[in-house]
Write a protein of this length. Structure first.
Length: 625
């Protein structure tokens, strides 16, 4: 059982993104030391520079990081195909999270921190559950929206999380056959809970779908209009982007990955990150071959017309991938066009006869367009095994300098199921600046199909990226291609012991700790004046609760971007625990004092020419600029 089994529930609509993006740029933020750049830049000057950079890049300097669904249940499938008559259809899909990139400069480490998710309303048909794991962005498709090249508008991505049935998962079926079937299916011992998977695509900025370029033209007009609003004294002008989305709620089976798709992966074919069709997922179940094409076929115009790839042919292949063993079915264009995509969130079902079921279970799968393979299941020669290594719960790992070594789990799948013990999994480090891939070590899968890897904090602040492959003799990954390469990010925050050892005076606390977030997060002016010692001290208990490492996974954790170091926290808590110094004035308004002498000279780092950058780095920058 998985989201490709039934019962499953579809939802669709839009997703709103409101991140602060100032920390995406080296001239404003050092992602290794976790400091604003330049570090002695007065807050007022930093905010002014951030606004000045809106046109053409820094599109949301006063964001909140809040990200939310504007969506509803669009259909269900109990095994007989799409049903839009179920009483659950039309119920709202409610999600509120904080969008945070582990690597601020990059594109591959986005995540959503949230506390709970709910589909439906209290007192009616409803699914609700508490968060156990963040929702992760995976399988980024840089060729999804070919007509919209503005920032991340060109890309789509899969998001996934799971809600264990033992963790406050509640389903109120009332008169919904779909929810009744879901409750019944959850009683099975091998069903651990629910998987929630959704795909976001066609992102627009400034609420203006007419923007077609990354600089000048309508983008500059809209950006300058935002700048005018941002320059109004005491203004607050978040500028969220929004994407279209489709999603699926289904069963989470024992042995399935938690934060990215499992099942059988039909990998994109072509040069790294230039694949015309994005990776898909498949499962043979109930006499059907079910395909998840939610992140696969591009839109070609503003009307979201799907690219016409002709009739897609689904084949069972020989183990060397060169010969068609048998045809499993066809998918004519009307079964994957815009309307079909929206109706079933990109999921396509092909009925199989018994002989085709046997072929599909025993052979690698391929999807061909006009006689050429566009998606194919990878086979490891000479074993003929279809192995895949999938990071399970910790795709994005945060550590502090000096922390103990931890272990991360990489799940090994063989033809979409838990692999046998003893499968070697290779780990490699990837340098995003140079593109170099370096072998690190190997671990073997255990009885649960998990290969465990030690991860230690770096000596100082660092962002480390690991890539994985599975199987003896598997070729090393050439780069981080999010469509085909399993990977995790590890961020080590510096200890900042020198900051922690400072006297807990207001000047030290403000300049070394609070000014950073006061500069980069103007939205905080609406809740707490971080430049006001009396306010900071008065709300000390709240600040300590919000910044407590034990609350790191919570939606309201501060700072939202999760970059408070141990030394900064030590100094802040020492100030909050001491009596407020006599005579410390309270700032009477949201005007930020320049505690540093003079204004620091602007020193933006020159950007390398696109041709000098590794492909992944170039694409990451293209998503921002």
């Amino acid at each position: 059982m998985s989201v490709l089994d039934t019962p499953r529930i579809y939802f669709s609509g839009q997703m709103i993104w409101d991140p602060i993006v100032t920390n995406n740029y080296a001239e404003f933020y050092n992602e290794i030391s976790c400091d604003p750049a330049p570090p002695n830049d007065p807050v007022a000057d930093f905010r002014a520079r951030a606004i000045k950079a809106v046109d053409p890049r820094n599109w949301n300097p006063q964001g909140t990081h809040r990200s939310t669904f504007l969506a509803e249940i669009s259909g269900v499938d109990l095994g007989g195909g799409l049903d839009t008559s179920d009483p659950f259809v039309g119920a709202p899909a409610n999600f509120l999270g904080m969008l945070v990139d582990l690597e601020p400069y990059g594109t591959f480490s986005s995540q959503l921190y949230f506390d709970a998710v709910q589909f439906g309303i209290n007192g009616g048909c409803r699914i609700s559950g508490a968060r156990r794991w963040r929702a992760m962005s995976r399988m980024i498709n840089f060729n999804r929206n070919t007509y919209n090249t503005v920032k991340a508008g060109i890309a789509s991505t899969i998001w996934q999380t799971c809600v264990p049935k033992a963790d406050a998962l509640q389903i109120d079926p009332n008169d919904s056959p779909a929810l009744q079937a879901l409750v019944e299916a959850l009683a099975a011992d091998d069903v651990l809970g629910l998987t929630i998977r959704w795909d976001t695509y066609r992102t627009i900025y400034y609420d203006d779908p007419t923007i077609t370029t990354n600089s000048g033209g309508q983008l500059s007009i809209d950006a300058q209009a935002l700048v005018a609003k941002l320059n109004v004294p005491n203004s607050f002008q978040p500028n969220p982007a929004r994407s279209l989305m489709v999603g699926t709620i289904g069963l989470w089976l024992q042995g399935e990955p938690i934060c990215e798709p499992g099942d059988r992966a039909l990998l994109a074919q072509g040069a790294a990150m230039e694949e015309p069709v994005g990776t898909a997922f498949a499962r043979v179940t109930g006499g059907n071959l079910v395909l998840d094409l939610s992140n696969s076929v591009a839109e070609v115009d503003a009307q979201l017309t799907k690219q016409d790839l002709g009739t897609l042919v689904v084949n069972a292949m020989s183990m060397d991938g060169t010969t068609v063993v048998g045809e499993l079915g066809t998918i004519p264009y009307p079964q994957y066009d815009r309307d079909a995509y929206l109706a079933t969130s990109g999921i396509v079902t092909l009925p199989l006869d018994s002989a085709q079921v046997d072929m599909a279970l025993a052979s690698p799968l391929q999807i061909a367009s006009n006689g050429s393979a566009c998606l194919a299941e990878a086979v490891l020669p000479p074993s003929g095994r279809m192995l895949r290594a999938v990071p399970d719960t910790q795709q994005n790992v945060y550590l502090n300098q000096g922390d103990a070594t931890i272990q991360v789990a990489v799940r090994v799948l063989d033809t979409g199921a838990t692999a046998a013990p003893g499968v070697p999994v290779g780990r490699y480090s990837w340098n995003s600046k140079t593109g170099a891939v370096t072998f690190v070590d190997t671990a073997n899968s255990d009885g649960d199909g998990i290969a465990w890897f030690d991860v230690s904090p770096a000596a100082g602040g660092a962002i480390t990226i690991y890539l994985f492959n599975a199987g003896a003799g598997a070729p090393p990954p050439a780069t981080l291609d999010p469509q085909t390469t399993p990977y995790i990010y590890v961020r080590t925050l510096p200890a900042d012991a020198d900051i922690g050892a400072m006297p807990p005076t207001w000047d030290n606390v403000y300049t070394q700790v609070l000014a950073k977030w006061n500069a980069m997060a103007p939205c905080m002016d609406n809740w707490l004046w971080l430049n006001d010692p009396a306010q900071v001290y008065a709300y000390g208990a709240v600040l300590k609760r919000l910044t407590d490492p034990a609350n790191f996974e919570l939606y309201r954790y501060m700072p939202v971007v999760r970059d408070m170091t141990v030394g900064e926290r030590t100094l802040l808590y020492a100030f909050l625990d001491a009596p407020l110094a006599a005579g410390v004035p309270s700032v009477s308004g949201p005007v930020v004092p320049a505690l540093a002498e003079g204004l620091a000279a602007e020193a933006p780092q020159a950007k390398a020419e696109a041709g000098d950058l590794p492909e992944a780095t170039r694409l990451s920058e293209a998503m921002r600029d």
